[in-house]
Each structure stands twice: as C-alpha cells, then as structure tokens.
Write a protein of this length. Structure first.
Length: 352
C-alpha cells in the first residue's frame, strides 16, 4: 500500500533533523508567521530569526535627520509614508518636527506626493523615498512624471536599497533565507539561484498560511538533504525574470551607490540614487544638504535584531521603555518591524 503523502504541517511538526536557523528577510513574513500561529508548530531545533527586510527599520538615523533639516531649516513640505513619521532621529522624529511647525504630509505613494506638489506650486515638496526593489520604480515614475509636467517644486530624498548585497553581508547569519516574495516579484529568481551555487540556501515564500507553511516545509525537507538549495515556493507571482519593465525604469533613472543600513553599516553598491541627468529632482543636491551623521539611541538594539544576532525580547528596553506608543527604535515603529511583531504577538505567547 502506497504511503500517504505528508502535509506541509506534518513535515514541519515532524522535523527531527539538525538545528536550523531560518531568517525571515521580510518583515511582513515575521508578522504573518506570528499572527497565523505558525511559530507554535515549530520543533525546538527550528529557530526563526528576523532579518533586514523592513525598509523603515534599516533606514539610517541620518536620513531622518536630513528630512528634519529640510522641513525645519529649508521649510520644505515633506511627503512620506506614515511609518516614517515616528521613527526617532538623533534629536527628534518627524512627528516632533511637525510639533515645531514643520509641514509633514502622509501619502500612500510617490505619485501622490508629486500630485501634491502640482496642486501646491508655491510649496517646495520632497518625498522621502524609502524602500527596496518593490517601491523604487514608483519613486522613479513620480520623478519622470514631474519632469513631463514641468514641475520645479518636486524632489525626492532617497534611501532606496537593494537586497542582493544585504544577502551577501548576512550569508553567514542563517542556514536558510526565507526570501521576500514582493521583492522577488520585481527582481526575479536569478540572484537566489546564484546564491545557492555559493552555498546560500533559501526559498521564496508568499504570504498566505498555505504559502508560508509550504515554504517552511520545503525548506526543512531540503535542508536535511545536506546540500545548498533554492526553491521558488511563490510561482504564481514570482518568475525567473521578474518585472523587466520595472527593472528598465530604474536602470534608466538611477545608479548604484554605497548605502548605510541600520545595524549592518555601509554596504557598498547597495543603495540607489538618481543619475546626474535627474539631479534637479535629487533633494540632497537641490538643497545642498550638509553631511549629517545621525546617532541612534545607544539603548536600542534594532541593529542586532536586523542581523539576527538577538531577538527583540533580548533588548533591555523592549516592552518597557520601548513600546509602539513610545518607540526607542525603528523596529518598534514600523508595521513590518520585528519588535512590533514580537510586542503584538510574541510576549502574549511567551515566545521560545
């Protein structure tokens, strides 16, 4: 009689292989795995650790300081996603700057910021362009449309980052990467396949319960084979080549640059900035922003969390001084942050 095929849940719960560390690169994965109760299914030797996949979390303190400089010293209207408003800078957050009279507007896309600039020609408007490969194309699109429409009062302040170099920097931090589905939807899978040849294992995961369970089950089954591997467990969205149109737009308008990541330091070639041809829309050049070295609160361990060196609950200020209402670090602010996930779900469940 043929043996019954095991379900993903049975594979996970029945895992009896060697200890394994799986890094959730994407903050949304961290939140969903908590929310769906998947952590409760994991055997003791399977450890989930957080990675640098929350764009707000990895954005350096100095970027917040630059935005505050524009708002308070140059009276620029700042358009931003909501998460960034409460991220602590060296001396204050954007929310603190707003209390001092700065114009801070919440938008849902870079194009919304461009439209605001068009509707308010007497205001200088800067969009805070933060994110990975998923959101960079929309920032480029807003600049392209601004030029087409003849807008001279719109610019972007870039903190755009690319994931490949971060994977390289972190490849010794985990046994398996749980790759972010939305990033790979843009970039494709070629990089992940190359990393597997270098000995870095990983699976691309979607975001539903079924997709996450499948990805974890595949990861554990393949890990026991003892060879580096890559599996695309999100084929309905992620293809080998990704989105050529989005890639082309970014290549035409931006160029790689060195970029500072919270916790990881400066990673060469991991940032994106506008090419010289588009410099009129580069806020740093347009406003001649001075070099600003941000300084994070020394009590905050966001940097260690983003490298998988510790869990949020290992931080002395977690859940005490640092809460979603009064965040000390970016990882507690963002809806994709590991600290906010552990605070919302982990403490109540007494995480292992």
């Amino acid at each position: 009689m043929e043996e019954k095929k095991k379900t993903a849940r049975e594979i996970i719960e029945g895992y009896d292989g060697p200890p394994v560390r799986i890094m959730e690169v994407c903050g949304t994965h961290t939140h969903e795995i908590f929310r769906l109760g998947i952590r409760k299914l994991l055997p003791e030797q399977v450890e989930l650790i957080s990675g640098p996949g929350c764009p707000v979390c990895v954005t350096q303190v100095g970027f917040i300081d630059e935005a505050i400089y524009l708002a308070l010293e140059r009276q620029v209207t700042i358009c931003t996603f909501g998460d960034l408003v409460r991220v602590p800078g060296t001396n204050m957050s954007l929310a603190g700057a707003r209390e001092r009279g700065a114009k801070i507007r919440i938008v849902y896309s870079p194009v919304d910021a461009k439209e605001y600039a068009k509707e308010h020609p007497k205001e200088q408007v800067t969009f805070l362009s933060v994110g990975f490969e998923t959101t960079t194309p929309s920032a480029c699109l807003s600049v392209k449309k601004a030029r087409e429409e003849g807008l001279t009062n719109y610019s972007i302040l870039t903190a755009n980052k690319t994931m490949p170099q971060a994977y390289e920097a972190l490849k010794g931090s985990a046994d398996i990467f749980l790759y972010p589905g939305h990033v790979n939807a843009i970039t494709g899978t070629k990089l992940c396949e190359e990393l597997a040849k270098e000995g870095v294992s990983g699976v691309v995961a979607g975001f539903t319960a079924k997709e996450l369970l499948t990805a974890l089950a595949v990861a554990l089954a393949r890990f026991q084979e003892g060879r580096p591997f890559f599996v695309n467990c999100y084929p309905r969205v992620v293809t080998e080549n990704g989105s050529p149109q989005a890639q082309k737009l970014v290549e035409e308008m931006m160029e790689p640059c060195d970029s500072e990541w919270r916790g990881l330091g400066v990673i060469k070639g991991s940032g994106m900035r506008l090419q010289e041809e588009w410099s009129a829309f580069d806020a740093r050049k347009k406003y001649k922003i001075p070099l600003i070295q941000g300084k994070a609160n020394p009590a905050c361990r966001c940097g260690d969390v983003l490298q998988g060196k510790c869990k949020p609950s290992d931080c002395k200020v977690f859940g005490k001084v640092c809460t979603p209402q009064h965040p000390v670090g970016a990882c507690m602010v963002s809806g994709e942050g590991a600290c906010s996930a552990y605070y919302m779900y982990g403490e109540a469940e007494k995480m292992k």
